[in-house]
Design a protein around this ligand. Structure first.
Ligand code: NAD
Length: 484
């Protein structure tokens, strides 16, 4: 298989917050990898813009170190890092003041693709958009990339959309959700819409239920102040899990183009039922052997913030009525694992009798680790001894199926940044989508705030609180085990 690198136009990419954690861990190493892949044209430049008083050479050094730290060793090459560094520039800018804006205006070219990545705290998104406009830095085709969180409720998201809209058209705004940049997430669309096999079965008639799990092993240590105001619902469900749900549940768009896809996702969000309180389980990790509990990380002994959430979600439309979607996400769980699991119904009648046991087909789409898919099918157990049935996986781990090429599959950020440069918004959230997601989330949060609900404690390294297991048990179902 020969990978195809599609060239992009010359560009100036300005990274506001270019010295921050996200830029060092993801954005800049991702750009280096695209540079190595030959996807950065001769006169493309990356401009770091942040508060620190750095010179170009300091920024180049910072980026080289970030590459050494965050790019796998075998992908590093001293000569290429040096060449990449010549594309880097730096301007000291104050997002809330006047410092640095004239210098930035002088540096950024008007006749190339312009992209401005807002890798700063959300309170600065509006300031940056306004200043790019008032200092006449952005050309009419410029793109802005806005990081999460996009608001903390409907009202703040609407206010942010309005402030961005004062300076930029919707077609210029790229709200990033890096889950959408994952190879498997796009493969979910390929599997659904490029095969005849699945789509006829992809509905309430044949699908018993869907599980979407995003499990993390990390705690919120060091991010407690931020996380305490957010919690798993705002930090993970409203955006990442919602996007996965939409791509799983949406109708086939008529074309794979940005608005056609986003229209279908929006329809799903609008078809979500309200979630009654007994369909939600909130959890908070307690202390364990040698590890602190959530309370110690939050520094608020009375904190009611959830680090775990599990919920049963119903979709009121013709395709999905009666097929629940179970969502689950949490910190400090047993393993780092994200997957979408489609449980198909059993055959209407077993010709093999009761001894054959019960079997169902399960399609698992793994987002991390080992991106890939497998489909569990039922076959005859080999050998004599009658018709005994056994479930076996048809495995499609990308690394196995695609060989060494799979190692070069771009990371989510790499792919999304290149989509920004190409001007392709398909994998970015539209303003109305984000608002609809908040409109669904807000009453749920208001409900538990009003009742004063406390999250249930769970053991670090577990699968979450016991009640989360019960959420499925009471429906005669089981969560797929969280494992690496
Ligand atoms: P950070 O605190 O590490 O970095 C912030 C950057 O913003 C620094 O470069 C700093 O110099 C710059 N900055 C701060 N105030 C400024 C001002 N007034 N003017 C100009 N520059 C200013 O933050 P981070 O972790 O890199 O996060 C950046 C954004 O990305 C946030 O919105 C965050 O929610 C989001 N995000 C981060 C991660 C992550 O893994 N770090 C993941 C997803 C989303």
């Amino acid at each position: 298989m020969v990978s195809r690198i599609i060239p992009v136009e010359p560009f100036d990419l300005v990274i506001f917050g270019g010295t921050g954690d996200l830029a060092r861990r993801k954005i800049l190493p991702g750009l280096y990898r695209r540079f190595c892949a030959g996807q950065m044209p001769e006169n493309a430049r990356v401009i770091g813009a942040a508060r620190g008083a750095l010179k170009d050479k300091d920024f180049r050094e910072l980026v080289s170190k970030a590459i050494e730290e965050f790019v796998p060793k075998k992908r590093q090459d001293a000569k290429t890092i040096k060449e990449f560094a010549t594309r880097l520039h730096y301007v000291t800018v104050d997002a809330t003041g006047t410092d640095g804006w004239d210098a930035l205006a002088k540096l950024v070219r008007k006749d190339v693709v312009q992209a401005f990545y807002f890798s700063v705290g959300p309170s600065l998104f509006g300031d940056l958009a306004t200043r790019l406009h008032t200092h006449k830095i952005a050309n009419p085709d410029a793109r802005i990339v806005v990081e999460k969180p996009f608001g903390r409720d409907l009202e703040s998201a609407q206010a942010l959309n309005a402030v961005l809209a004062d300076s930029f058209d919707e077609g210029q705004i790229y709200r990033i959700d890096h889950y959408l940049g994952k190879e498997t997430v796009q493969n979910l669309m390929a599997v659904r819409f490029a095969n005849v096999l699945f789509e006829p079965l992809w509905n309430a008639q044949y699908v018993d239920h869907v599980q979407i799990t995003v499990a993390e092993t990390v705690s919120v240590d060091g991010r407690g102040a931020y996380y305490d105001k957010s919690g798993a619902m705002r930090d993970m469900v409203q955006n990442h899990l919602m996007q996965l749900l939409c791509l799983t549940a949406m109708e086939p768009p008529s074309r794979f183009d940005p608005d056609a896809v986003r229209d279908e996702k929006l329809k799903v969000i609008r078809a979500l039922d309200e979630v009654p309180a007994d369909n939600i389980v909130r959890g908070q990790y307690g202390p364990g052997e040698d590890v602190d509990g959530y309370v110690a990380h939050s520094q608020n002994p009375e904190t009611k913030t959830e680090s775990f959430i599990a919920m049963k979600v119903d979709i009121s439309n013709w395709r999905w009525k009666g097929t629940p979607f179970y969502l689950r996400t949490g910190k400090r769980l047993k393993a780092r694992s994200s997957e979408i699991v489609i449980h198909f119904k059993q055959t209407p009648h077993s010709i093999f009798g009761e001894d054959a046991g019960s079997h169902d087909n399960v399609l698992t789409i793994r987002l991390q680790p080992d991106e890939g898919m497998d489909l569990r099918v039922t076959i005859k157990e080999p050998g004599p001894g009658g018709m005994r049935l056994v479930d076996v996986p048809l495995d499609m781990t990308f690394a196995d199926a695609l060989g060494p090429e799979a190692e070069d599959v771009p990371d989510a950020y790499e792919r999304l940044i290149m989509d920004v440069i190409r001007g392709n918004q398909t994998l970015f959230m539209r303003g109305d989508e984000v608002e609809a997601a908040w409109a669904w989330t807000d009453p749920i949060i208001a409900g538990w705030t009003k009742r004063g609900d406390r999250p249930q404690p769970y053991e670090p390294g577990s699968s979450g609180p016991e009640d989360a297991l019960m959420l499925l048990h009471r429906d005669g179902r089981r969560w797929r085990e969280i494992r690496k």
